[in-house]
Design a protein around this ligand. Sequence first.
Ligand code: AMP
Ligand code: ZN
Ligand code: FE
Ligand code: FE
Length: 287
Amino acid sequence: MPADLHIHTSFSDGLLSPEDVVNKAHEAGLTIIAITDHDTVDGLPRAMAEGSRIGIKVIPGIEFTTDLPGTEVHILGYYIDYKADWLLELLKRIRNDRINRIYKIVEKLKKLGINVDVNEILKLACLPAGRVDIGSVGRPHIARVLLQKGIVNSIQEAFNKYLDYNAPAYVPHFKLTPSEAVRTVRRAGGIPVYAHPAVSKKDDIIPELIKEGLAGIEVYYSKHSDSQVKHYLSLAKKYGLLFTGGSDFHGFGTMRDVTLGDIRMSDNDVEKLEGYKENEARKTNVR
Ligand code: AMP
Ligand code: ZN
Ligand code: FE
Ligand code: FE
């Protein structure tokens, strides 16, 4: 039965609530999904509860944004202990700095003659149904406000003109390094996977990350070309790593032209991931 192991919800920059994601996944014929919000696990309990209710398996996941000079590397974590206090503290620290950074970006936009209200941006990252908790707020939320106000004609234009790494309103936020993210996923009992490596174009960090505990590569990804898939499949084999796949679905009408289940992993491949997890857990118990 097919699985999609890279999905965002409205708890980060996805558009759909966890419940809606799970139901849409079911409609798309998926039987296993992983929720992998940026720097937050807060949507997981709701997604997992809905999954149990309608009979679709939800793997608890996360996607860490991490920093290297000049590029971003994203690290996925599967089967993490999403209730661990220390993890929740760390994620809160990262998300608080994401909020601080929104104020700084809004300041920069102001100097460029563009006035946007911070609260409007934060509101987009608030959880639905009138809750006041702030989700994991990021540049896509700013891009949405710029688009709504007619300041840009597309999300892509907002990034190109203002928000991209080299654009005038860019501001970084506190991030882990890739190695720290791999160690964090391990400490939380999860399986660390290098997300969409062809997007980061940093193959040379893989050996170092393996030393830290990297267990897999996201080989199948909506933006990976056939030759990139082939390349990363061979790298996974070379290093003895697991491989995963996912759509990176963010919602209909986001700039990513992908839909749930665009990438489908087989049961067999998900079982390998589960087998790995069980094996690691056994090793820990023996120690
Ligand atoms: P943030 O985590 O706030 O820095 O935002 C990063 C997110 O913005 C990524 O996960 C993408 O979804 C989106 N993003 C980054 N760069 C671009 C780009 N050039 N065009 C469109 N979306 C982008
Ligand atoms: Zn995103
Ligand atoms: Fe990513
Ligand atoms: Fe993602």
